[in-house]
Design a protein around this ligand. Structure first.
Ligand SMILES: [Zn+2]
Length: 271
């Protein structure tokens, strides 16, 4: 009888979960994911020793890029002097290799004139990705901006006309030209461009704390710079402007310059 009791105690000791992170963060996450944490109001929060924005209700964001390291350290310095440390274990993902052929040579090997234009485009996008506003639209679960076949996934290594390029940093949703695109979350329009070299008609929304989203290759934009949108509002229509072989929406979400996987934010498209 004693042996049995001993076995049960040992078993309980093994399965007893580690204390949860008091910052309401998951203990494990995955590359490409976004977590929302909550610290006591007035704390200072550092992620890998870098100070991050915390809302007046205590919310903050932790994002994991495509190649995020296996552990992320989150520290909160609470008013009164106490300190909380949380370690998040980040699961590695395997990414696909995607080959796309038949693109116009100019779109794969741009001319020096095109490179100038690309630099201007990239600077405008990078500027948006430096925004760090008080908005906290991320407290709402993101929805899909439209439904359709997923024709390109986050993180895949792209080989265009046989040349390895940067990994795909969003999700592609194939849909007929003119299909309505809806705001996946509340936000404010922070970039509206009629024709960028790679991305064509391009729209960006700010959701606060460095979280932005981008809508690429559109045939029409239905909102204006500075406009506030609510989840579900029409923001534009699907197209194939810029570097696109067919009509689709490229949807990207970033935390500052770290690209996140929109599929992880929006969940399964059909459920
Ligand atoms: Zn894409």
């Amino acid at each position: 009888m004693k042996v049995v009791v001993f076995t049960i105690v040992t078993f309980l000791a093994i399965v007893e979960p580690l204390p949860a992170c008091p910052l309401k963060l998951e203990k494990t996450s995955v590359q490409g994911a976004l977590l929302v944490g909550k610290a006591p109001v007035g704390s200072q929060v550092r992620i890998d020793d870098k100070i991050t924005r915390i809302s007046n209700k205590g919310y903050f964001l932790v994002g994991f890029g495509r190649n995020a390291k296996s552990r992320k350290k989150v520290t909160a310095f609470i008013p009164g002097g106490r300190r909380i440390d949380c370690i998040i274990n980040v699961k590695k993902r395997r990414y696909k290799v995607e080959r796309i052929d038949g693109l116009l040579r100019r779109m794969v090997v741009p001319s020096s004139e095109d490179i100038k234009r690309i630099r201007v485009d990239n600077a405008a996008i990078a500027k948006v990705r430096r925004l760090n506003t008080f908005r906290n639209d991320f407290l709402v679960k993101f929805k899909w901006p439209l439904r359709g076949r997923i024709s390109g996934v986050f993180g895949s290594q792209r080989i265009l006309n046989g040349k390895p390029k940067r990994p795909h940093n969003g999700v592609d949703i194939a849909a007929p030209e003119g299909t309505k695109i809806h705001a996946p979350a509340p936000g404010v329009v922070v970039l509206s461009h009629p024709g960028m070299f790679y991305t064509g008609k391009t729209l960006m929304l700010d959701h606060g704390h460095g979280l932005t989203s981008v809508y690429v290759h559109m045939s029409a934009i239905s909102v204006k710079l500075g406009q506030q949108v609510q989840v579900g509002d029409k923001i534009g229509e699907v197209g194939k402007t810029g570097r696109a072989t067919g009509s689709h929406l490229h949807w990207g979400v970033s935390l500052f310059s770290t690209h996140l996987d929109p599929e992880l934010l929006a969940g399964k498209m059909y459920n």
